[in-house]
Structures are given as structure tokens and as C-alpha cells.
Design a protein around this ligand. Sequence first.
Ligand SMILES: NC(=O)c1ccc[n+]([C@@H]2O[C@H](COP(=O)([O-])OP(=O)(O)OC[C@H]3O[C@@H](n4cnc5c(N)ncnc54)[C@H](OP(=O)(O)O)[C@@H]3O)[C@@H](O)[C@H]2O)c1
Length: 297
Amino acid sequence: MNELKTVGFLGLGIMGSRMARNLAQKGFGVVAWNRTSARVDELARFGVKPAATPAELARRVDAYCTCVADPAALRLVALGPGGLLEGAKAGQLFVDFSTVSAELTCELEAAFGAKGVDFVEAPVTGSKGGADQGTLVIMAGAKDAAFARAQPLFAAVGTTTIHCGPVGAGTQVKLAGNALIALMLEGLSEGMLLTQRAGVDPRKLLEMVRASGFRSPYYDFKGPAMLDRNFETAFSIDLMFKDLSLFLDSAAKHRVPTPAAAAVKEVYQLARAQGKGEKDISAVVTSLEDLCGERLK
Ligand SMILES: NC(=O)c1ccc[n+]([C@@H]2O[C@H](COP(=O)([O-])OP(=O)(O)OC[C@H]3O[C@@H](n4cnc5c(N)ncnc54)[C@H](OP(=O)(O)O)[C@@H]3O)[C@@H](O)[C@H]2O)c1
């Protein structure tokens, strides 16, 4: 039995707007709230209804989902004045799709649990395209019963769900995954720039990578986009900087050395200092190009 008929969605950015649309198109009654209310209006044609505040939204639905930028935004929307917790009722389900810290997701599980609300941490990967097509990969952290309740929502936005463990576990997997993406992208950027500077076509490097044992669909997708100068934002430099910062905070807490992630975070800091924070992460190559005085061709 699908007990979840009405679902609230908070945070209609690149990811959340597409996830909310998929929930509405797959039969849920969706009520939405976004800091910038015009983004709720854009979903009205899919039957999405507006809510005045997160608290008011929580009073109207069976479950609520969040997909906001960072820990500060999630804290405000969930625990701040007029936040979800004020309207929360026993028996509801709260699924957070944002990428934040494990400390915050554990805090949310405790705060909402005290009101009888099940909490599921569910950061995602798959970017704008995956959110659009409903093919996200979900890294869930939750108690078994809460995880089971969230299945109909997961099926509407994703194709693969990995139950990583209790709340906090999904975040650890997500942050490690994003550190890996940042390192992969940095490796490709540095490799292509040096190949070109040495007088060799960087497309030859991509051709070799695609034929090799270290090929990746990520390189198939990002490599040609970088060479074609297509830096349309799917995942911003600001948000990757946030994720690398969270990864390094966790590494410090657990006393794990992560020198490569620390170095790559500085490349993202450079890009932000150059005013590129809202550009796609693939635009970090342009920061290296600025230092080299040469563009990839
Ligand atoms: N883009 C990706 O490829 C991707 C992939 C996996 C995971 N994620 C994660 O998913 C989350 C959302 O990413 P996104 O790419 O959709 O980001 P985005 O397009 O920048 O959207 C961010 C959302 O957070 C809201 N927000 C920001 N600060 C807020 C605040 N102080 N109070 C209330 N709301 C606030 C924004 O509201 P406004 O509309 O008013 O600005 C917007 O709805 C992030 O945690 C990100 O790390 C992103």
C-alpha cells in the first residue's frame, strides 16, 4: 500500500525542480516551497501547489523532501523559524536529498524523531540529466522501516538506491564519491592541458582514455564538453567547493589524511576567487588555463 499520497518538496534548484516535477508526473500530489517563490510558479503546470512557509507545507502533506544547497540552508528550512519542524506531525516521513554533513542529518533524525517523524538521509548522484529523467542514484542512510517507507519516492526520482547504513552513512558515501569526481576532473584537466602545451592534440588523450582500463562514462561526457567549451551549469563550482569542504571536515574529525582532496579544494577556491562559483565544475579547467595563458582547443 502506498500510504504517501501528498508530498512536499522544498528547494527547487537544478535538482529539486526536476525531482518535484517527476513526483507530480508520477501521481503524487505535490506541494512546494522555495526561497525564491517564482520557481514554484514554474511547476504549476504540473499540478504543483504552493505553500507559504515550510511549516505550513508540513501541515498539509504525508511526507516532505528537501533538496537545498548546503547545511545552513537545510538547517533554516527544517529547524529555523517557520521551518518544517514547527508543522511536523507524528507519522510523517522526511527525506532529505541535499548533500550536507552527517552531523546535521543525525541531528535532523533526532529532532524529527522526537515528534514521531521518520527521517531518511538520501543524497543523490546523476546530476541535472539524472534528475530530469528520474534516473538518479540514491545513497540512503536510515533505519530499515524508514528506508522501506521511502521506496515509492525513490522510485519516482531514481533507478538505483543503495542503503548505506544508518543516518550519516549515506552522507559519508556521497562525500567520498564527490571527492572522487573532483579528483577525476582535475586529472583530466591537467592531463589535457599538458598534452596540448607539449604539442599533442588533447583529443588523443581522450581517445586513449576511452580505449583503456581506466575509461569512465564521466570522461566520455565531460572531456568532449570541455574541449567544445560547453560549461553550462549542471553542478556548480560553489557546490563542489562545499562538498570538498565537508569531506575535509569529516577527514579531520576521523583523522584520515586526504592531501589530494585538500589540493583540489584550492583549485575550486581559485575558481571562486575568479568569480566562477556559479559555473559548472568542468569550468575549473579554465582556471588552470588562466594560469597557463593558454586555452584548450
Ligand atoms: N547539481 C547537481 O549535479 C547535484 C548532484 C547531486 C547532488 N546535488 C546536491 O543537491 C543539492 C541542490 O543542488 P542544486 O544543484 O539543485 O543547487 P541549486 O540549483 O543551486 O539550488 C539550490 C536550492 O537551495 C535553495 N537555497 C539556497 N540557499 C538557501 C537558503 N539559505 N534558504 C533556503 N533555501 C536556500 C535555493 O533556493 P533559491 O531558488 O531561492 O536560490 C535552491 O532551491 C545540493 O546539496 C547539491 O550539493 C547536486
